[in-house]
Design a protein around this ligand. Structure first.
Ligand code: NAP
Length: 524
């Protein structure tokens, strides 16, 4: 079950939003009476409550706002119990002062807004002994590993326990506590109304992560990065699990660079079956793996870790084949196949350029690399055995294909391009690895000069689909993934069923963004 926390200053707002949550499918709502600006009228709030309810009056030290006397607080809680509320939340020091009465269940809670303390087990044991129906332990995560400690509490406890971490690192335990037996987790009304650090909105918890369906058998996957909040991978993978009816969940997991190895070892006990890996962990992922295929070793970076049948971690790189398949789309639009002998200009010398450059050389392309920093560009060109030209000279070559592996033109700096438009030649294939926005300035200008374009969306969905296959053994529809991603990155948004925001039906479509099948390009 998902418990949605409601905190508003007025009674009417609380009752309206409580009704709204019931309509949206909420089964349990926590009313935070400490948010109400006047003395709360408990009877009025509970009389026609549309869902099972938790009544909580939190003090500032525990992340709340209650400024009345202790006597008033206890009176309000007793009133709620007398009104037959389903749950009251009582902190340790209150638990012995408020007796059990009627059918109201007691959540005995502990909050630590600073850290995840060393004596978690002792705290949990103390709370368990206070006539608890549910023990709740919520701490601040200062490292991703703190999640594991909270989840172990849930797993090993005899009393039903809700335990998770707050903060940016805490998302893992907020969602996985359901897998290890927590009777519910907490979330907030909407993303504008976050009441505790790291809280997820109800729609995301319900529709994207499908918390209600998470159980012991749920397979867990995730994407490792730092930062990770921007990643679209959780949307693509979770939407695919849902569409295919798989009991699986995919989490964004923020891991600081120095903690990579230690975190993955600690996460072993969570039974995570596979990871996507993004900046800055791709090299570390390869170093962590027990096995890696030859190509991944050659690239020196992995974007995927998955367990093989013997339980060993295998590293692979799905970026490279995804990029090569995307380029094949461009060639197919020109009724050509194969990169052998094609003159290619590669812009950039970072991780993406290294992988794609290797793929191009292996395919027999005649590669020229250009990069802003000469030393880095020259070093990669030497490794790949190709020509290097300075950034100032990047427009001087006559080429068949241009590949952008720089972030120039990426959201939010969308009015930039890594290539001057008067350098384009008719019929050149232009592949931009950027996928947000789909129609970068580079691609728009390339089309104006009768070039054939391929968007980074094609690479992104293909690398994700290849990961999905490694994770689940199942093929996923590229069309479905493309539609999901396009909806998510469209500039005009409305709320959708999956808890994300999608383009408004009424939104005028960018005329430079032709729909699939309509385009003279290879975009779709
Ligand atoms: P990276 O390792 O940080 O490399 C970035 C490269 O861009 C470097 O060569 C850097 O040049 C250059 N650069 C950055 N800002 C620049 C500027 N203002 N002017 C000129 N050059 C600039 O990043 P990466 O991992 O290779 O990723 C590069 C791009 O690939 C990103 O935009 C990402 O969206 C895209 N990508 C797409 C996919 C996909 O699935 N579609 C997958 C992976 C990556 P210096 O060496 O001079 O710093």
């Amino acid at each position: 079950m998902i418990c949605v926390t409601l905190g508003r200053t007025r009674h009417r707002q609380i009752m309206t939003e409580h009704a709204n949550l019931a309509q949206r499918g909420a089964e349990l709502v926590e009313l935070r009476l400490d948010w109400i600006s006047r003395t709360p009228r408990v009877g009025e709030l509970l009389r026609n409550r549309p869902t099972a309810t938790v009544v909580t009056i939190r003090l500032p030290a525990d992340g709340g706002r209650f400024s009345g006397s202790e006597e008033v607080r206890q009176t309000l809680l007793r009133e709620a119990i007398a009104a037959g509320v389903e749950y009251v939340d009582l902190e340790e020091e209150l638990a012995s002062k408020i007796r059990r009465y009627g059918k109201t269940k007691r959540i005995i809670s502990y909050h630590n807004m600073q850290e995840t303390p060393d004596d978690l087990e002792e705290i949990h044991e103390r709370l368990s002994k206070l006539d608890a129906d549910v023990v709740k332990v919520v701490t601040m995560a200062n490292s991703p590993i703190d999640n594991v400690r909270l989840l172990n509490l849930v797993k090993n406890s005899k009393v039903p326990t809700v335990a998770f971490c707050m903060g940016e690192y805490g998302l893992v335990s907020r969602i996985l506590c359901g897998k290890f037996g927590a009777p519910f987790t907490y979330c907030t009304f909407s993303k504008e109304r976050v009441m505790a650090p790291g809280q997820l909105p109800f729609d995301e918890m319900k529709k994207l992560y499908r918390f209600d369906q998470i159980n012991e058998a749920t397979a867990v996957f995730g994407v490792l990065g730092d930062p990770i909040g921007h990643s679209w991978s959780p949307l693509l993978h979770n939407a695919s699990f849902k569409r295919m009816g798989l009991n699986a969940v995919y989490l964004p997991i923020r891991v600081p660079p120095d903690d990579f190895q230690e975190t993955l070892k600690a996460f072993d006990s969570l039974g995570i079956r596979g990871y996507s890996v993004t900046i800055p962990h791709k090299e570390a992922a390869l170093a962590f793996a027990d096995q890696a295929n030859e190509l991944t070793q050659k690239i020196g970076a992995a974007n995927t870790l998955y367990r093989n049948s013997a339980g060993l971690w295998r590293a692979t790189n799905t970026d490279l084949p995804a990029a090569m398949q995307s380029l094949e789309l461009g060639l197919a639009a020109k009724e050509e196949t194969g990169l052998s002998g094609k003159r290619v200009l590669l812009l950039g010398a970072g991780g993406a350029a290294r992988a794609i450059g290797l793929g191009l050389v292996q395919a027999g392309a005649v590669l020229t690399l250009s990069n802003r920093s000469k030393d880095r560009g020259k070093a990669l060109a030497d490794d790949l055995g190709c020509q290097f030209i300075t950034w100032a000279n990047r427009g001087s070559q006559s080429v068949d294909i241009i590949v952008n592996c720089t972030p120039i033109g990426m959201f939010p700096e969308m009015n930039q391009s890594p290539y001057e438009q008067y350098w384009f030649r008719d019929g050149t294939i232009v592949f931009d690895t950027i996928y947000n926005p789909e129609n970068t300035m580079l691609l728009r200008e390339a089309r104006e000069h009768r070039c054939l374009t391929v968007s980074g969306i094609e690479m992104f969905i293909r690398q994700a689909a290849a990961q999905f296959k490694r994770f689940t053994g199942r093929d996923v529809s590229l069309d479905d993934m493309r539609t999901t991603l396009r909806r998510a990155i469209s500039p005009v948004r409305v709320k959708t069923d999956d808890g994300h925001e999608a383009p408004s039906e009424a939104a005028p479509r960018d005329t430079t963004n032709p729909p699939p099948g309509d385009s003279p390009t290879a975009e779709s």
